[in-house]
Design a protein around this ligand. Structure first.
Ligand code: CP
Length: 311
């Protein structure tokens, strides 16, 4: 295996500030012109060992719009992993068929492991509670589009900061751009210490809260709501205690900044009331649409395709 020739996309921590800005610009170019023949002749495998709507369908849309072909599965129960085939053997097999592997897995580190046992590029579509780096690229692109910049923004993250992999990835991604973070979570779902240490080492400002107050919302440029991750709880009684702890309602936004935008990786359960959807500050559906362009940028980057910028 020639590791020099292969480029995977496993963790936001592997990306420099320049990498992120290049991918944001590339996403912008794909949004202007998403239909191109860049992946003609390429077969891309989407291996989803955990449920997904947006990530899998936006990756597949991204590939289809670039004239690539898609193979894969959305339910591992229909594959030979249900007969006991290991992840290693599955990855080895799929590497015989595809030019690119896009994988979501319930185990933290699964994408890194996969990338180390194949010479086909691997894109991490979420590994347990660890990282969701392609979500981070679409989040960064959404922040850039709505704020006109990435630097010096106040980002408030609300909900399940313990298990929310999109939160973990976004902290790392934003760390290049001098953010100020507010973290709102119940004690049970506080941000893990490892991310606090990371921010302290980088000299970044952050503050933790347990109250979801209008005061914090009113000082924010981005309000990043998250779902309590039921699937990560070993004790469902614990989930029941915290599942509806924070609910954003439209009247909580009345004194928020004009440029505030509300992001959510989705799916939503109860944490954003439906009356927020009609507020122009609600951006979560457009955010999901941006996923197609951000993922086109990521795919072309790992495959090393040369594509001219959109006119
Ligand atoms: N944001 C996200 O990962 O959504 P899905 O679980 O539907 O892919």
């Amino acid at each position: 295996m020639d590791q020099m020739k292969k480029k995977s996309f496993v963790s936001v921590a592997d990306l420099s500030k320049e990498d992120i800005l290049r991918l944001v610009k590339s996403a912008e170019s794909f949004e202007k012109n998403p239909n191109r023949k860049i992946l003609e002749g390429k077969v891309c495998a989407t291996l989803f060992f955990e449920p997904s709507t947006r990530t899998r369908l936006s990756f597949e849309t991204a590939i289809n719009r670039l004239d690539g072909k898609v193979i894969g599965f959305s339910d591992a129960a229909t594959t030979s992993s249900s007969k006991g085939e290991t992840l290693k053997d599955t990855i080895k097999m799929v590497s015989n068929y595809a030019d690119l592997i896009i994988m979501r897995h319930y185990l933290e580190g699964a994408a890194r492991y996969a990338s180390e046992i194949t010479d086909v590029p691997v894109i991490n579509a979420g590994d347990g509670a660890n990282q969701h780096p392609s979500q981070t690229m679409l989040d960064l692109y959404s922040i850039y589009k709505t704020q006109g910049k990435l630097n010096n923004l106040t980002i408030t993250m609300v909900g399940d900061l313990k298990y929310g992999r999109t939160v973990h990835s976004l902290i790392v991604g934003m760390s290049h751009f001098n953010p100020a973070f507010n973290f709102i979570a119940p004690e049970e779902l506080r941000l893990p210490d490892i991310y606090k240490q990371f921010m302290e080492e980088k000299g970044l400002y952050y503050k933790e809260y347990t109250d979801f107050s209008e005061e914090v919302i009113n000082g924010s440029d981005i309000l990043y709501m998250t779902r309590v991750q039921r699937e990560r709880f070993t004790d469902l009684m614990e989930y029941e205690k915290v599942k509806n702890i924070y609910i954003l309602k439209n009247n909580m936004l009345k004194d928020s900044k004009e440029n505030l935008r509300i992001l959510h990786p989705l799916p939503r359960v109860n944490e954003i009331a439906y009356d927020v959807d009609d507020n122009f500050k609600a951006y979560y559906f457009e955010q999901a649409k941006n996923g197609v362009f951000a993922r086109q940028a990521i795919i072309c980057d790992v495959l090393g395709t040369n594509h001219p910028p959109a006119p």
